[in-house]
Design a protein around this ligand. Structure first.
Ligand code: ADP
Ligand code: MG
Length: 272
């Protein structure tokens, strides 16, 4: 925190601008500069920060995340509350949207460009549509985060995907803490892969760091939230993959069953 001075400019969609000048030399975080009203002044940012150390670090995280994303332009009724996590392509915030808590997944500028170049699609629109394809399978409802909306594809705000917020722990962490995964999680994993396969959806994001597990009605339940992977088997990117995956559904699901096997192996390891 020593001597760092960073500007964070967040333009809200109604034209309200926040210029926050972070001066850690003044014992923490202080915001000087113009706050013309709207979102931030409504919540009296200064006093929130001064009175709440926890809030201060969360706001600090939001600030650095915003800087990493090249700035955040948000609609007035969407307020980031804290950084929930980071992936290779995005940063996700826990956010308040019109009084509801949800996940606000904001894409890194490079990831947006690369996705467009490789797949000729908008990453947020593509992620939402794959998320919806999984949500359409009734057997998978408990295991798939609910997609809500894409914002910013019209350029009015930063490009983002709003999704149900999953209040859970990474699967890997649960295995470690619990000395093995509960049977309910391993059984759900089977259900997820089998039903995806039956519906011709493959290459799920089942890596142990990405899947969140939450307690629902007293039962540990894994929930998938990451849907921006474009499967090679659904849209072969070249003739090699086209030939390789021409075969049966069994072959196409191979990778998914392998990842599931990793859940089992890690669970076993943690239980010893
Ligand atoms: N819907 C959500 N609810 C809660 N946390 C989330 C949600 N989506 C993402 N996260 C957090 O953000 C991290 C990165 O998200 P992820 O979807 O894996 O991003 P990427 O597409 O960049 O890989 C996750 O590991 C998790 O901690
Ligand atoms: Mg991920």
């Amino acid at each position: 925190m020593d001597g760092i001075k960073r500007d964070w400019n967040a333009s809200l969609s109604n034209g309200i601008e926040l210029n926050a000048d972070r001066s850690p030399a003044l014992a923490g975080l202080s915001f000087t500069g113009k706050v013309k009203g709207g979102l931030w002044s409504r919540h009296n940012l200064f006093f929130t920060l001064a009175n709440n150390l926890n809030g201060m670090s969360k706001m600090g995280n939001i600030e650095s995340a915003a800087a990493e994303l090249g700035g955040l332009r948000l609609p007035q009724d969407l307020e980031p509350l804290e950084v929930a996590g980071q992936g290779s392509r995005s940063i996700t915030f826990r956010a308040n949207y019109r009084g509801d808590i949800l996940a606000m997944k904001v894409y890194k500028p490079d990831a947006i460009k690369q996705f467009k170049k490789k797949h000729n699609k908008n990453i947020a629109v593509s992620e939402m549509s794959r998320n919806r394809a999984f949500r359409k399978i009734p057997e998978l409802l408990p295991f798939i985060a609910k997609p809500i909306a894409v914002m910013g594809h019209d350029g009015k705000s930063t490009l983002m995907f709003l999704q149900e917020f999953i209040d859970g722990v990474p699967l890997k962490e649960l295995a470690e803490r619990n000395k093995g995964l509960p049977d309910s999680v391993l059984e759900a994993g089977e259900t997820i892969v089998r039903n995806a396969e039956l519906n011709e959806l493959y290459e799920l994001d089942l890596s142990m760091d990405d899947v969140l597990v939450r307690k629902q009605a007293g039962v540990w339940t894994p929930v998938l939230h990451d849907f921006n992977h474009v499967p090679k088997v659904e849209k072969p990117s070249n003739s090699f993959f086209a030939r390789a995956f021409k075969g049966s559904a069994e072959k196409k699901s191979k990778r998914d069953y392998q990842l599931l096997e990793q859940w089992r192996a890690y669970s076993q390891k943690c239980s010893q």
